[in-house]
Write a protein that binds this ligand. Structure first.
Ligand SMILES: Cc1cc2nc3c(=O)[nH]c(=O)nc-3n(C[C@H](O)[C@H](O)[C@H](O)COP(=O)(O)O)c2cc1C
Length: 206
């Protein structure tokens, strides 16, 4: 029932899926080199490209767009080598098995983050945490020494236990306050204002 509910919310909001043209102002990122690494199921399921033709943006991706526009950051999509099934329920089961196995799914490409000092890390809340593709990325050490700003979209769990997981996976990063948004609200105009507020409130290091 929960799965069907989540699917209905995902599809209903995706049906409205036109990327917002709202541009938000941010805290001063001008002295920084900022990347916005995000993960959306849309780009990680079989048939995702077909799906994207009709619903061009994932929930988390949309928040990434807002943040990238506001900060001048580079948007980077985290994509697995092996996409999940097309069927949503199957994806939910696959993701659960991967979490249980503490798996490290191979990435299509490991993003080169060497030129950035601030990295936003955006993920859909999956079974209370992040998709295991991020665990693969974190293990590479690509985020060591960087300021990491998490954001998530979810259907009720907010960050779940992902911030605890993030802190233990990234002991050599400085993790700032994060932003959580219900996936079904990601495309709302109010959300753009909320993202702006969040960015303005960030206490960036010099
Ligand atoms: C495998 C899977 C597990 C999920 N687990 C949760 C969860 O534990 N809590 C929650 O609130 N939402 C959960 N969701 C819903 C997603 O977090 C939500 O729909 C999100 O906004 C999707 O973002 P995306 O379009 O960027 O992929 C799950 C979705 C999937 C596919």
């Amino acid at each position: 029932m929960f799965k069907q509910f989540m699917q209905a919310v995902l599809f209903a909001s995706a049906a409205l899926g036109i990327a917002s043209s709202v541009t938000v102002q941010a805290a001063d990122f001008s002295g920084h080199r900022t990347a916005v690494v995000f993960y959306s199921l849309l780009h990680n399921r079989i048939g995702g490209d077909d799906f994207a033709a009709e619903h061009p943006v994932g929930h988390t991706e949309h928040i990434a767009d807002l943040i990238a526009a506001a900060t001048g950051g580079t948007k980077i999509s985290l994509v697995q080598a092996q996409p999940y099934a097309n069927d949503y329920d199957e994806v939910v089961d696959q993701a659960r098995s991967e979490q249980d196995a503490n798996a490290r799914p191979e990435l299509k490409a490991v993003p080169d983050l060497s030129g950035y000092d601030i990295v936003f890390v955006g993920y859909p809340c999956w079974w209370g945490s992040y998709p295991m593709a991020f665990a693969t990325l974190f293990d590479t050490g690509a985020l060591n020494g960087k300021v990491v700003i998490p954001f998530t979209t979810h259907e009720g769990s907010r960050f779940g236990h992902s911030l605890t997981d993030l802190r233990s996976a990234l002991p050599q990063s400085t993790i700032l306050e994060g932003y959580a948004c219900r996936g079904g609200d990601a495309l709302d105009e109010d959300t753009a204002a909320e993202v702006q507020e969040f960015l303005q409130g960030l206490d960036l290091p010099n």
